[in-house]
Design a protein around this ligand. Structure first.
Ligand SMILES: [Zn+2]
Ligand SMILES: [Zn+2]
Length: 357
C-alpha cells in the first residue's frame, strides 16, 4: 500500500487538470438566485453541505487535506485547525443550525475532521459503529453526540429524513484500503475507545460503508462515496445522485447505479485530488477517469451530468414533473470523431472536451 502511495506522489506531480475544460457542466447559483429548495455546496473530496430553510446537513466534511507523503510514509496525521476554520468560514450561513454530520465510512479523508467540525457546529454525528468509535477516541470528544447507525435505520432531524443504506467500498489492487472485517473492526474500535486517538492513516479503518437517502421538502438526494457492482443503490427515483467515482470499481457500477436511481441530476464525486489543499483549487486525481464517467452518464439520457466547484453553492431545481426535464447531451459517432449533437456551440465544446481528456 505504501509503495502505491509513493507512486501516486510522483504521478500527482506529473498529471492533473481542473474544471476549466468543463464550463458547460459546472453549475452554481447566480447572485440573487431563489433559495426555495435544497442548496448544495461541495467541500472537496466527498464532502457536502446541504442547506434548506436554515437547516444544514454535512456529509464527510474534510478540510485538512493531509499531505500525501504523510500518508505514504505512515507518519502521524491530525486535523488542521486553520484549514477547518477556513472551510467552515466559507460555509457560514447566518442563523443556520447544523442538524447532523453524516459519514459514509471511517477513512481519514471522510472522518479525520469530523470531531473538530462537530465541536464547532454542535451537530450530532450519524455514522457506522466503527466511525463512532473512532470519533470517541479523539481528544475533546467528550460531550459530542454520536448516533451509531446501521443499514435500514431511519433518522429524522429538523426537516430531513435520512435513510441509512448499505454500501460497498472500492478496492485498490483487489483490496479495500485500511480495511478490517466489519465485525472485527467494530470490536477492535470499541476495545480501543479508551486508548489513544488514531495516529496514522491506517488507524482510520473503513468499517461498514454506508450510503444515505436524504429527503427534504419533497426532494430526494442519494449519496455514497463509491462502491462496487455487488452493492447497488435502491430502485428509487431521486432528484440528485451523488456517486463516488474515485476508482475503477465505483466507475464500473456507475451505469447500473444510475439505471436504478434514475436521477434528474448526476453529480460524480470523490474525483478530485484530495492531497492538495482546497486553496489550490479543484484538480482531477491521477486515478480519476472523467471521460469514462461522461460516457456512462450519457447513457442515462433523462439525467443531467453536473460538476460543482469548491464552495460554490448550487440550488437543486424543483422537478417540473417526475419524468425529468433535463436530457443529457448524447455522444454520437461521426466517423472518427465523437461529438455532442444538440447545438453548434455544444458540438464545439464536446469536441474540445473529447480531445482534452
Ligand atoms: Zn475510503
Ligand atoms: Zn475516500
Amino acid at each position: 500500500m505504501r509503495c502505491f502511495f509513493v507512486f501516486l506522489g510522483f504521478a500527482t506531480q506529473a498529471l492533473g487538470a481542473g474544471l476549466g475544460s468543463y464550463p458547460h457542466l459546472v453549475v452554481a447559483d447566480s447572485k440573487g438566485a431563489a433559495r426555495d429548495s435544497v442548496r448544495v455546496t461541495y467541500l472537496g473530496t466527498n464532502g457536502y453541505q446541504f442547506e434548506f430553510n436554515r437547516h444544514v446537513l454535512l456529509v464527510d466534511p474534510y478540510f485538512s487535506r493531509v499531505d500525501l507523503w504523510r500518508v505514504a510514509l505512515g507518519s502521524h496525521i491530525q486535523p488542521n485547525a486553520t484549514r477547518i476554520d477556513n472551510g467552515l468560514r466559507h460555509l457560514a450561513c447566518r442563523n443556520c443550525r447544523t442538524d447532523a454530520v453524516l459519514v459514509t465510512h471511517g477513512h481519514f479523508d471522510h472522518l479525520l475532521d469530523v470531531a473538530a467540525v462537530m465541536a464547532k457546529t454542535r451537530a450530532r454525528l450519524i455514522a457506522s459503529p466503527t466511525s463512532v468509535s473512532l470519533i470517541r477516541r479523539m481528544p475533546d470528544a467528550n460531550g459530542l453526540s454520536a448516533d451509531a447507525v446501521r443499514p435500514g435505520d431511519v433518522r429524522r432531524v429538523g426537516p430531513w429524513k435520512i435513510r441509512v443504506l448499505s454500501a460497498a467500498h472500492d478496492r485498490l489492487f483487489g483490496k479495500v484500503p485500511y480495511d478490517q472485517p466489519h465485525s472485527e473492526a467494530d470490536l477492535a474500535a470499541e476495545a480501543l475507545v479508551k486508548e489513544e486517538s488514531p495516529q496514522r492513516a491506517a488507524d482510520w479503518v473503513c468499517g461498514q460503508p454506508l450510503a444515505f437517502l436524504i429527503e427534504v421538502n419533497g426532494q430526494r438526494i442519494y449519496i455514497d462515496s463509491g462502491g462496487t457492482a455487488a452493492q447497488l443503490p435502491p430502485n428509487e427515483q431521486v432528484d440528485l445522485a451523488v456517486l463516488g467515482v474515485a476508482l475503477p470499481d465505483s466507475r464500473a457500477r456507475l451505469r447500473m447505479a444510475l439505471a436504478r436511481l434514475q436521477p434528474r441530476y448526476i453529480l460524480p464525486s470523490h474525483q478530485d485530488d484530495f492531497f492538495r489543499p482546497l486553496s489550490a483549487g479543484f484538480q482531477f486525481a491521477p486515478l480519476s477517469d472523467f471521460s469514462f464517467v461522461q460516457r456512462e452518464c450519457a447513457q442515462q439520457n433523462k439525467s443531467r451530468l453536473i460538476l460543482l466547484d469548491y464552495f460554490r453553492p448550487w440550488t437543486l431545481p424543483k422537478a417540473e414533473n417526475r419524468k425529468g426535464k433535463f436530457p443529457n447531451p448524447k455522444y454520437i459517432d461521426h466517423g472518427s470523431h465523437a461529438c455532442l449533437h444538440r447545438c453548434g456551440k455544444q458540438l464545439r465544446v464536446g469536441m474540445t472536451l473529447i480531445n482534452a481528456v
